[in-house]
Design a protein around this ligand. Structure first.
Ligand SMILES: Nc1ncnc2c1ncn2[C@@H]1O[C@H](COP(=O)(O)OP(=O)(O)O)[C@@H](O)[C@H]1O
Ligand SMILES: [Mg+2]
Length: 237
C-alpha cells in the first residue's frame, strides 16, 4: 500500500517536473527569440552602419548625423531590454487589447464554472490603456472573478467597463450571489487588500458593495488620464 502511494507520488512528481521543464523551455525559447528579434538585429544593423560609414569620405556634419543615428538605435535596444526584463519578472503584459484579454478571461471563467459571465463594454471606454493599467485592471477582475467562483454561489456575473459623465473610468464586477458583510470592522482577505492596492497604484479607488441576498459589487473608479497613454488623453481634449 505504502509502496503504491510512493510510486504514484513519484510519477506525479515526474509529471510536475516535466511540466515545469516545458514551461521553462517555452520561456527560454521566447527569450531567445525576443533577444534575437529585438536586440541582436538592431545591434547588427548598427555595426553594418558604422562599417559602411568608415569606408566613406565624410565631413564633420556626417559624423554628427551618424552619431545621432547610433544614439537613437542604442535607445531602441535599451527600451527593448527594459520591456523584456519587465516581462521576465512575471508581470507579463496583457497586450494592447485589454478588452480582448478580458473577454478571453471571462470566456475561460464560463467554461470552468457553471456561472454565466458577461463583459459589457460601454461606449466611451478607451481603445487603448497603458501597460500598467491593463495589467492591474486585469488582475483586479481576475481576483474578483475568483471570489465569485469560490464564495458567492452566484448564477451570473457581469463585468462592466464604462466612461462616466464626470470623466472617470469605472470597472464593476457584479454578481447575484449570497453577498457579504461589508462592515468595516470585518477582517478582509489578502485578495481584497491586493485589489485595493492595485486600484490605489493606478490613482483610483475600489469599494466592495453588498447586501445579503442581492449579491456583491466590486467597484473601482479612476481618473481617465491615469489609465490611458498621454497621447490618447491629449487627443480627446
Ligand atoms: N463575490 C463574493 N460573494 C460572497 N462573498 C465574498 C465575495 N467576495 C469575497 N467574499 C468574502 O470575502 C472574503 C474575503 O475575500 P478575499 O479578500 O478575496 O479573500 P479570500 O478569497 O482569500 O478569502 C471571502 O473569504 C468571502 O467570505
Ligand atoms: Mg479571494
Amino acid at each position: 500500500m505504502e509502496g503504491g502511494v510512493g510510486i504514484s507520488s513519484a510519477a506525479a512528481g515526474r509529471r510536475a517536473r516535466s511540466r515545469g521543464a516545458s514551461v521553462e523551455d517555452d520561456l527560454r525559447r521566447m527569450v531567445a527569440r525576443e533577444l534575437h528579434d529585438r536586440v541582436a538585429q538592431t545591434l547588427t544593423g548598427m555595426l553594418v552602419d558604422v562599417e559602411n560609414f568608415k569606408s566613406q569620405q565624410v565631413g564633420w556634419n556626417d559624423v554628427l548625423e551618424q552619431m545621432d543615428t547610433i544614439q537613437s538605435s542604442t535607445r531602441q535596444v535599451l527600451s527593448s531590454l527594459r520591456q523584456l526584463l519587465y516581462e521576465l519578472r512575471g508581470e507579463v503584459s496583457v497586450g494592447d487589447q485589454f478588452t480582448d484579454s478580458l473577454g478571453d478571461l471571462i470566456t475561460r471563467f464560463e467554461q470552468r464554472t457553471t456561472i454565466a459571465a458577461d463583459l459589457d463594454v460601454r461606449p466611451g471606454w478607451p481603445e487603448v490603456l497603458t501597460p500598467p493599467a491593463s495589467l492591474n485592471l486585469y488582475r483586479i477582475v481576475e481576483e474578483a472573478l475568483a471570489n465569485v467562483r469560490m464564495h458567492s454561489g452566484a448564477r451570473s456575473v457581469t463585468v462592466v467597463l464604462e466612461s462616466r459623465p464626470d470623466g472617470q473610468l469605472a470597472v464593476t464586477v457584479g454578481d447575484d450571489g449570497r453577498g457579504l458583510d461589508t462592515d468595516a470592522s470585518r477582517p478582509v482577505g489578502l485578495g481584497t487588500v491586493g485589489m485595493k492596492e492595485r486600484a490605489l497604484f493606478l490613482g483610483g479607488r475600489l469599494r466592495i458593495e453588498s447586501e445579503a441576498g442581492v449579491g456583491t459589487k466590486v467597484h473601482a473608479i479612476f481618473p481617465k488620464e491615469f489609465l490611458v497613454p498621454a497621447e490618447e488623453a491629449a487627443a480627446t481634449h
